[in-house]
Design a protein around this ligand. Structure first.
Ligand code: ZN
Length: 60
């Protein structure tokens, strides 16, 4: 775990902030963990998009 995971999972960081932090910190994060963080953010992005889609589709 790195600062990005900790803050993001505690909702102290938005997706956009986490993305930016990842860009700044990617050279200091272990490559294997970097993959995990990218996966986590991508999943969160997909979930956010799915939420937006389902809420707009719920309108008749
Ligand atoms: Zn981490």
């Amino acid at each position: 775990m790195c600062m990005i995971c900790v803050d993001f999972l505690k909702d102290k960081m938005t997706l956009g902030e986490a993305r930016r932090a990842l860009g700044e910190m990617r050279t200091t994060i272990e490559p294997s963990h970097l993959e995990e963080v990218e996966e986590m953010l991508q999943k969160a992005e997909e979930e956010q998009q799915a939420d937006e889609e389902s809420s707009s589709q719920s309108q008749p």
